[in-house]
Design a protein around this ligand. Structure first.
Ligand SMILES: Cc1cc2nc3c(=O)[nH]c(=O)nc-3n(C[C@H](O)[C@H](O)[C@H](O)COP(=O)(O)OP(=O)(O)OC[C@H]3O[C@@H](n4cnc5c(N)ncnc54)[C@H](O)[C@@H]3O)c2cc1C
Length: 406
């Protein structure tokens, strides 16, 4: 009896000390130090351009920064900041200027990098480092407005009408709403070639060169914007041969004056000009464009000693415990994920579907697209009511989600 009373007082003290209703929810082991962070209303996972856009919009519409928690291992403008600092942008500078000016929260802030971007000539393409530097400054500014954890979410579970979140370093908290702005990574295949040059390296000319020798015959798989940029770099680096496996013919994002029909996801900027002037007009002798078929690969891959896959990106993994992945439904017009209450997605991993002006269905992945999408859908997200399914147990089990960083 005496022992029980003592235990009860200890437990009560722990609850009062942490101030969290879930203090007893997680068991502490002898070897792990577990800490509870403040429970929160909004949790944004990912600090790439999409996560930045969502934080900006939440603040713009008056959500108190104290109720927002932001999680990212680096806070370094996501994949762009990590890999594409030396990559030429594929959009006019006006798009990046709009990103930092169309959100009131960003507009109210200035720094040398932001001022440089704002004063950039809007009608020419600019290198991605100009927007990355500006977004790094915006990130630092936003970090002063919201609660941040430089960490990775490794478990996300819907329980007791709340999202229960655990971070890699064993911090736990709950959140009413969760936004996944978790990005994507380059896809690859397993074609039989010994040496693979990672796409992230191939897109940066200074890194690509370190993988190349003059006698190389390189298989380059893919012919969209990234693939054509790499093709240009390989051609300029004067490797012996480039075998470019493609599926669709080259398309351009704007009218090139040859009666082509522009496409939202066609080639843009310098890459488009090079493809038009050199690749399609001159047919360089070192470049072999081969249709990507079983016969094409069987004939040509054996002569290649290195391979690069530029075949697009896939969503960073969301391994689901006991869940058929097909059950995870994502509405690409509202950002709502699955049947879970208050779980949303945006950005490269969860892009918006549009019908472009030429009638084609596309998913938009430019950073200005993320901001404009966020402007439309974040106010809807804040108005979302949490509705509970009838069978709560089954529902909670369904949405035990483990997120693993690629
Ligand atoms: C070569 C190339 C050139 C491009 N050029 C342009 C351009 O010129 N103009 C343009 O507008 N767009 C461009 N884009 C598109 C743009 O870069 C991407 O769409 C953008 O980087 C994606 O942003 P994001 O925020 O969705 O994802 P990311 O930038 O990938 O950010 C996701 C973040 O989430 C974090 N994260 C993931 N999982 C977890 C987890 N479990 N816990 C915590 N954090 C997590 C990651 O660490 C990362 O920091 C380009 C893309 C490529 C590939």
């Amino acid at each position: 009896m005496h022992y029980s009373l003592k235990s009860f007082i200890l437990i009560l003290t722990a609850l009062l000390y942490t101030g969290h209703s879930n203090a007893l929810f997680y068991k502490q082991t002898k070897t792990t130090t577990i800490s509870n962070a403040a429970d929160t209303t909004w949790t944004i996972v990912g600090a790439g351009p999409a996560g930045i856009a969502v934080i900006g919009m939440l603040l713009d519409i008056g959500i108190d920064g104290k109720t927002i928690t932001w999680i990212d291992p680096e806070f370094n403008v996501g994949r762009m900041g990590a890999h594409y600092y030396n990559v030429p942008g594929n959009a006019l500078a006006e798009n990046y200027i709009a990103f930092v000016n169309e959100c009131h929260t960003f507009k109210n802030y200035s720094s040398p990098a932001l001022d440089y971007l704002r004063n950039y000539y809007p009608y020419e393409a600019c290198s991605l480092h100009i927007i990355i530097d500006a977004l790094r400054d915006i990130t630092a500014y936003l970090k002063t407005k919201v609660t941040c954890h430089a960490d990775t979410i490794n478990n996300l579970q819907f329980k007791e009408n709340n999202w229960h979140i655990s971070l890699k370093n064993n911090t736990f908290f709950t959140s009413h709403n969760v936004v996944l702005a978790t990005g994507s990574h380059p896809r690859t295949f397993n074609y039989p070639c010994e040496y693979t040059i990672p796409l992230d390296d191939a897109l940066d000319n200074t890194k690509l060169i370190s993988h190349l020798q003059p006698e190389d015959t390189i298989a380059l798989v893919g012919g969209s914007h990234s693939g054509t940029l790499v093709l240009k770099y390989l051609y300029e680096s004067k490797v012996k041969r480039i075998i470019n496996f493609y599926v669709d013919p080259i398309t351009y994002a704007y009218d090139m004056g040859n009666n082509n029909t522009p496409e939202y996801n066609g080639l843009k900027g310098d890459v488009a000009q090079w493809a038009f002037d050199v690749l399609e007009a001159e047919h360089p002798a070192s470049i072999f464009r081969i249709k990507n078929t079983d016969i094409g690969r069987a004939s040509w891959i054996p002569i290649c000693n290195k391979i690069i896959y530029a075949i697009g990106y896939e969503r960073n993994a969301i391994p689901l415990i006991d869940i058929n992945k097909n059950d995870l439904f994502y509405d690409d017009t509202t950002g709502v994920i699955g049947v879970a209450p208050c779980l949303f997605g945006i950005g490269f991993a969860f892009p918006e579907k549009i019908i472009d002006q030429w009638g084609k269905t596309q998913h938009t992945v430019g950073i200005i697209d993320f901001l404009q999408y966020a402007q439309r859908i974040v106010p809807q997200w804040t108005a979302t009511k949490k509705t509970l399914p009838i069978n709560l147990d089954a529902f909670e089990k369904l949405f035990a989600i483990n997120l693993i960083q690629q």
